[in-house]
Design a protein around this ligand. Structure first.
Ligand code: PMP
Length: 425
């Protein structure tokens, strides 16, 4: 279907056919949900051996009784797990509680309010500091900025990562830029892995940006591959060291989508300066994180091979769901002018761009047909997609049959919204 070449009669005919298909779907009274990217119960089951794994032995390798207070930056074996996950030396890792989002919030709060390298470095010292947000992006990153009152400046995401020409121009031309969000591997939502060139250009931003500029490198999907030989992500840590910009990037990750999403362990990897800045803040919030859970995780995932073997089991459960989404999109939209999407090799999302102005209507039609999609606009700051195009599909929780059913509804709704819009032109 090429809408741009269709005559008004063809459009009317398509509209009537699609309306009939849509009404038949509504009649099925479906109740399907492809909204949030969380593990299915089957995936959570993979880590149930965490329960009871300590078997009464609560003592960490360095003799720490993990049941007691203390250890603001984590026990050594949990730092080793963070190092396996993030490919950064254990000395540069801080281990926190169950959520990397909390650590990101706390790090941005520290940068804004207290300064990561002393009070003079606090972003609040200047009027209206700004953070660069590649879009579409992760809604919860935008909520952190929104809550802290930090202005967001968007740059487009491309198939190679953020549009680096736009990022460099902003960093050079706007002296109030203080930060940037990045999801470098299987980005939320587009599934893109940043290319080596993009990673190197990000590592070099510290050479042209303000000294208090920090990249928030949220590597939430560091080991979440779906294919056997996935694209690899260059080490921003090594590249920053090479260019003398170690303070300009703070990295985050967690086991949320490795073990139990609500009861995992989260990590920060950063320079000593940044870690000290963050620890000064954390020390006022807590006497220490949950080290018992850190020890459970370290014993459950004792080395990189164990971690990767465990992730292969997740991939086996996720892959058929992604295949169902991607094959539905291909068979409905290959060779049409109805939408674009990337083919992710990992992560939790497929991101679909409709024709401009059709995303909200697609989501509305799908909801009326019993398929819940993430609200259109959620992947943009303040929930506003200026072109009303982007829809995030998260297929991990429903069964494969349910994903197939949800995609039948989705493609019909995209087509119907597009044809109805074309009829108004
Ligand atoms: N970052 C990204 C990019 C995510 O997609 C998610 C979960 N949807 C998170 C962070 C949340 O991580 P955590 O559970 O460690 O807070």
């Amino acid at each position: 279907m090429l809408l741009d070449q269709a005559t008004p009669e063809q459009l009317r005919e398509w509209e009537s056919q699609l309306s009939q298909e849509y009404d038949a779907i509504v009649g099925k009274k479906l109740n399907l949900d492809v909204t949030r990217g969380k593990p299915s119960a089957d995936q959570l089951d993979l880590s149930d051996a965490l329960d009871g794994i300590l078997d009464g032995n609560y003592v960490a390798a360095n003799g720490t009784d993990t049941r007691n207070y203390g250890g603001i930056d984590g026990i050594p074996e949990a730092k080793r797990l963070g190092s396996d996950l993030m490919s950064v030396p254990a000395d540069n890792i801080l281990v926190g509680g169950n959520s990397s989002l909390t650590l990101m919030h706390q790090t941005m709060l520290t940068a804004y309010y207290f300064g990561l390298s002393g009070a003079d470095s606090a972003w609040k010292n200047i009027d209206a500091p700004k953070v660069i947000c590649p879009v579409p992006g992760y809604d919860r990153h935008f909520t952190v900025c929104e809550q802290l009152g930090i202005e967001m400046v968007t740059v487009p995401m491309t198939a190679t990562g953020p549009d680096m020409d736009a990022v460099e121009t902003l960093v050079k031309s706007d002296s109030r830029i203080r930060g940037m969000w990045c999801v470098p591997k299987y980005s939320n939502p587009t599934g893109v892995v940043y290319t080596d060139e993009t990673v190197e250009r990000i590592a070099k931003l510290g050479l042209i940006a303000h000294a208090d500029f920090r990249v928030f490198w949220d590597n939430a999907y560091a080991v979440h591959d779906l294919v056997k030989s996935p694209a690899t992500l260059a080490s921003v840590f090594d590249l920053c060291n090479k260019h003398g910009t170690a303070d300009s990037v703070v990295q985050f990750a967690s086991t949320s989508k490795i073990t139990h999403a609500g009861a995992g362990v989260a990590f920060v990897a950063a320079s000593t300066t940044n870690l000290n800045g963050l620890k000064a803040f954390l020390g006022a919030c807590t006497i220490g994180p949950d080290k018992v859970n850190q020890l459970r995780h370290a014993r459950f995932l004792p080395n990189r091979d164990a971690l990767m073997g465990h992730m292969a089991k997740h991939a086996a459960l996720l892959q058929p769901r992604f295949d169902a989404v991607l094959s539905a999109l291909s068979s409905a939209f290959d060779g049409t002018d109805l939408g674009n999407w990337e083919t992710p090799e990992g992560g939790y999302f497929v991101s679909f761009d409709t024709r401009p102005g059709c995303a909200k209507e697609t989501v509305r039609l799908a909801a009326e047909a019993g398929v819940k999609l993430t609200p259109a606009g959620a992947t943009f700051p303040y929930g506003k997609d200026p072109e009303d195009r982007n829809i995030r599909i998260a297929p991990s929780v429903p069964s494969v049959d349910e994903v197939v059913g949800a995609m039948e509804v989705f493609v019909t709704c995209v087509k119907l919204a597009s044809v109805r819009q074309a009829l108004t032109r």
